[in-house]
Design a protein around this ligand. Structure first.
Ligand code: MN
Length: 256
């Protein structure tokens, strides 16, 4: 019996389950809103090619319009100035898209403070309790924020000082960039905090992680269905040649 046979048997008996970490992708799916003078990406829209009509009597299909960074998506290193000469989304080694999940639950802290930031001490406390982060891990930041992901105003949570959503401090981002993880996954619209534009450096998670050949994974949901450790993440961005990211299906396989 091979390892694949064992996994398939576990999936068929319910000893392992597949959890969809992907937010539904529709024209209403919230997208990042940058202030002027910056340009913004587009939400999803569908353009009918045929719908069982004169344009195609036996088939329905659409053209899709969306950004590389629309909805649940993967950030490739080339998305950021620090990684712009690095790996584009089509160049990511496929084995790096699959890895162990490490879930850090800060949903209580974020409920009390939407601007909550992960600091090195949070990661160090996890390592002291659970051991080193495994090589190739997807570190998933559970915040409970996905409960807003079909309500753009609540999801972006902006006031006159900008958006208020959780993230990573500059020191926390540097700590992660020096760790053996493959990527950092969040429930929010991007891998940085809402207030990250005013940090030094600006957008420290993008700056440090993408500059260290690590990836981001955004707008995840169902992280509350994952154990702190022991699940497997499969991230599946499209291999857009030269792309800076891609909408992705993100799945987890969890033991019963
Ligand atoms: Mn992005």
């Amino acid at each position: 019996m091979t390892a694949i046979d064992s996994l398939l048997a576990a999936l068929s008996t319910g000893e392992a389950r597949v959890i969809d970490l992907t937010a539904p992708l529709s024209p209403q799916t919230p997208i990042l809103q940058l202030p002027p003078p910056f340009a913004n990406t587009i939400p999803l829209s569908l353009e009918k090619v045929s719908d069982f009509d004169d344009d195609g009597p036996f088939w329905g299909w659409n053209n899709i319009h969306l950004g590389e960074h629309t909805g649940t998506h993967l950030d490739a290193p080339t998305h950021w100035a620090t990684g712009r000469h690095g790996t584009a989304v089509d160049q990511i080694p496929p084995a790096r898209l699959i890895g162990p999940a490490v879930v850090l639950d800060f949903s209580a802290e974020v409920a009390a403070n939407p601007d909550f930031l992960l600091e090195p001490e949070h990661f160090e406390a996890h390592v002291a309790a659970a051991g080193p982060l495994p090589a190739g891990a997807w570190l998933l930041f559970r915040t409970g924020w996905s409960r807003f992901n079909q309500d753009a105003a609540a999801f972006l949570n902006a006031d006159d000082r900008g958006p208020h959503t959780p993230g990573v401090s500059p020191a926390g981002a540097k700590w992660l960039a020096g760790s053996p993880i493959t990527g950092f996954g969040v429930e929010t619209v991007g891998i940085d905090a809402g207030q990250a534009g005013g940090m030094e450096p600006s957008f420290p998670a993008h700056n440090s992680l993408l500059g260290a050949d690590k990836y981001g994974l955004t707008q995840l949901q169902n992280l509350d269905q994952l154990p702190p450790a022991g699940a497997l993440v499969v991230a599946s961005p499209l291999p857009i040649v030269g792309g800076t990211g891609s909408p992705a299906r993100a799945l987890a396989i969890v033991p019963a």
